[in-house]
Write a protein that binds this ligand. Structure first.
Ligand code: SF4
Length: 67
C-alpha cells in the first residue's frame, strides 16, 4: 500500500504520528512526515488508523499500482 499526505491540508495536530509512529513521523513544524511512503502489509492497519483519525483528511492510503 502507498500512503500520501497532502501537505496543503496538514496543520500539525499530530494525531497520525501519535497513533501510528511506525508509519508517521513529525517534521520540525510538527507536520506529518512519512517514515516510508510504501507500507508493508503488517503496517497497513496502522497507516489506516492514522488516516481515519486525521481531522483534516490529509492522509490517503491507496493500493500501489504497477507502472
Ligand atoms: S493528523 Fe493530519 S493534520 Fe495532523 S499531523 Fe497528521 S496528517 Fe497532519
Amino acid at each position: 500500500m502507498k500512503v500520501r499526505v497532502d501537505q496543503k491540508l496538514c496543520v500539525g495536530h499530530g494525531r497520525c504520528y501519535e497513533l501510528a509512529p511506525e508509519v508517521y513521523d513529525e517534521d520540525e513544524r510538527g507536520h506529518c512526515r512519512l517514515v516510508a511512503s510504501s507500507v508493508a502489509p503488517e503496517l497497513v492497519a496502522s497507516a489506516q488508523r492514522g488516516a481515519v483519525n486525521c481531522p483534516e483528511h490529509a492522509i490517503r492510503v491507496e493500493e500501489e499500482v504497477d507502472p
